[in-house]
Every structure is written in C-alpha cells, then in structure tokens.
Ligand binder design. Structure first.
Ligand SMILES: CCCC(=O)SCCNC(=O)CCNC(=O)[C@H](O)C(C)(C)COP(=O)(O)OP(=O)(O)OC[C@H]1O[C@@H](n2cnc3c(N)ncnc32)[C@H](O)[C@@H]1OP(=O)(O)O
Length: 297
C-alpha cells in the first residue's frame, strides 16, 4: 500500500518533470518536422548509444573523415539518443565522447553551408537548443570526455554536460567569431553559468584556445585524464562512479534538484525541491537505509 502510494507520487513527479523538456514548439514558430526533413538530407557519421548495466551510458560522436563534425543526420540521431535516455529509468550517468582523436569539430561545414540562409539557420538553432537543453536536463550525471579538440559547436556541446574531463593535449575552443557567427546552440548562456560573464566574454571574443590547465583554473573543466586514448573511457567511468554509486532513483532525484535550482527562481526552485524530495522519501532505498542505521563517522 505505502509502496504503491510512493510509486504513484513518483509517476506524477516524473510526468511534471517531462513537461518542461523542450524550449521551442510551434508557438515559437518552430517547425520541427520541416527542420528534421532538411537535416535528414545532409548525411554523414553517426551517434551511437551504449547503455551499461552499471547505469552509466556512453554516447559516441563519430564522423571520422570530418573530425567528428555534426552532420544533419547526426543532429537527428543525437536527438533520438537523448529521447532514448529520457526513457531509461535505470540510468544514473552518461559519458559523451568523440571517437578516435577528436571530441567534436562542431557543425559539419557541408551541412552548415547547405542551411546558411536565415530561416533554416534559425530552425537548426532551435532544434539544437532543444536537444542540448534536454541533454542538460537529463536526470543523469553527465560527463564530456574531451580528447583532442572541442571546436565551435563541439565546445557548445561539451557545456551541456554536468562535468568536463580533458585528456592531455586536448583543447576547447569557441571559434565562432572566426566564422563570423556567435554561439547559437546555447553554448554562450551555459558558458556564462560555468565561468561567469567576464571570462566568457574573453573566451568567446578572443576565440581563445583553452587547454586543460586553463579550463580547470576557470572552472570550465573538472579534471585532466592521463590515460592513453584507448583507455580514457575507462578512466572516465572510474571518475564518475563515486557520484553515480547507489540507488538510481536517488541519483536521478539529486540531478533533478540541481536542474531546478539552476533553472528556476529561488521560491519556485525550493517548491520543486519539495516535489522531488517526495519521490524518494519512504522509497525502497530510504527504508533500507533506515533499517540498516548506518553511521558516517
Ligand atoms: C553551428 C555551430 C557552430 C560551428 O560549429 S561552426 C563549425 C566550426 N568548426 C570548424 O570550423 C572546424 C574547422 N576545422 C578545423 O579547424 C580543423 O580541421 C580541426 C578540427 C582543428 C582539425 O585539424 P587537423 O587535426 O589538422 O585535421 P584536418 O584539418 O586535416 O581535418 C581532417 C578533415 O576533417 C575535415 N573537417 C574538420 N572539421 C570539419 C567540420 N567542422 N566540418 C566538415 N569537415 C571538417 C577537414 O576539412 C579535413 O578534411 P579533408 O581531409 O581535407 O578532406
């Protein structure tokens, strides 16, 4: 009976949670089916998802002949993989990485050229903002594993994760200025939240190369990995484990608190904190912990 009530509360909270996933819909002039049809014509590369039994998924960006640039079809695949992760109730963590020696070189220049008119550009921008905002709001603790370069849209993509780990010799760089554009996938707004407006202005207006030590010193990155390329994923798995250890519903609730706190005004955020608290209070993990009477000394 009590467990059924708890499940019911949790379902309702999950439903409320899903309500504010995307930023744009038709009321904002966003025509999703049209942009999807256009992006489907611009092919190359793939985005692969592997969900681990330990509750940690790996999302791989792969377009080897173009340094993992995101083509139109990869943008579509990325959105599909995020949808899949939104439905993964056992999930706790996510590692986003690029195959071979690059994280992601941004938008595929062939794709970008094909949609370089104002209308298509705005639709692609709204599509990618929706996708990356949903990535950021996933109830999973996410890490961007940056090997090699995270350039342009690749730099924006890595800011949609909770943490960034960089291997030696890697680099984040917002090169938009040199392309005569500014970030549009939400990267500027997220960068300001991460490093503050003064640092963000320097990084964007100078299109500065950001190596691991610099990224760590300004709070953009969370650690440097020393592994060779083929074992960096393993090292990232180890890095994330202390944060994802334990019951999935508790880890997921913890991440939801952070999203609410970040995205809502204080009063609204603490009310939402109450709703999320209700999803774990009296649940199996809570009852188990109470019965064990663990001490933390
Ligand atoms: C819409 C959001 C904003 C954006 O993302 S705009 C796009 C920003 N990105 C760029 O302009 C990246 C330009 N590329 C570069 O700076 C360099 O290629 C990069 C990534 C530093 C790698 O340098 P290297 O390691 O020396 O490799 P490379 O230059 O020989 O590249 C190997 C092949 O990959 C290609 N490539 C790299 N980035 C690409 C991209 N974004 N779109 C399409 N193709 C891209 C590059 O043209 C080269 O092809 P190819 O072997 O010459 O046929």
């Amino acid at each position: 009976m009590a467990l059924n009530l708890w499940r019911c509360v949790m379902k309702r909270a999950e439903a409320r949670w899903c309500l504010y996933r995307s930023l744009y819909n038709s009321s904002h002039g966003f025509n999703e089916s049209e942009v999807k049809r256009k992006l489907a014509e611009l092919s190359g590369g793939s985005v692969k998802l592997c969900k681990g039994e330990n509750g940690i998924a790996e999302l791989g960006i792969s377009n080897s002949s173009r340094k993992n640039a995101l083509s139109g079809t990869m943008m579509l695949e990325l959105e599909e993989r995020i949808s899949d992760l939104e439905k993964w109730k056992e999930g706790k963590g996510l590692i986003v990485y690029g195959t071979e020696d690059t994280f992601c070189s941004g938008g595929d220049l062939n794709t970008i050229k094909a949609i370089s008119n104002a209308k298509d550009g705005l639709m692609m921008c709204m599509f990618m903002q929706n996708t990356l905002t949903r990535l950021q709001r996933l109830p999973l603790i996410s890490v961007a594993l940056i090997q090699g370069k995270a350039i342009g849209g690749g730099a924006e993509l890595c800011t949609a994760c909770d943490f960034r780990l960089m291997t030696e010799g890697s680099e984040i760089r917002f090169v938009h200025k040199h392309m005569g554009i500014v970030p549009g996938w939400g990267g500027a707004s997220r960068l300001i939240q991460l490093v503050g407006s003064r640092q963000a202005l320097k990084l964007l207006s100078g299109a500065l190369r950001i190596p691991p030590e610099h990224a760590i010193s300004i709070g953009l990155a969370d650690g440097t990995l020393s592994s060779a390329a083929d074992s960096a994923l393993e090292e990232a798995q180890k890095w994330i484990t202390p944060y994802t250890k334990g019951a999935a519903n508790v880890t997921r609730a913890m991440k939801k608190l952070i999203v609410c706190g970040r995205e809502h005004l204080f009063e609204d955020a603490i009310r939402k904190e109450k709703d999320i608290f209700a999803t774990v209070w009296g649940g199996p993990s809570n009852l188990q912990a109470l019965s064990e009477r663990t001490k933390y000394n």
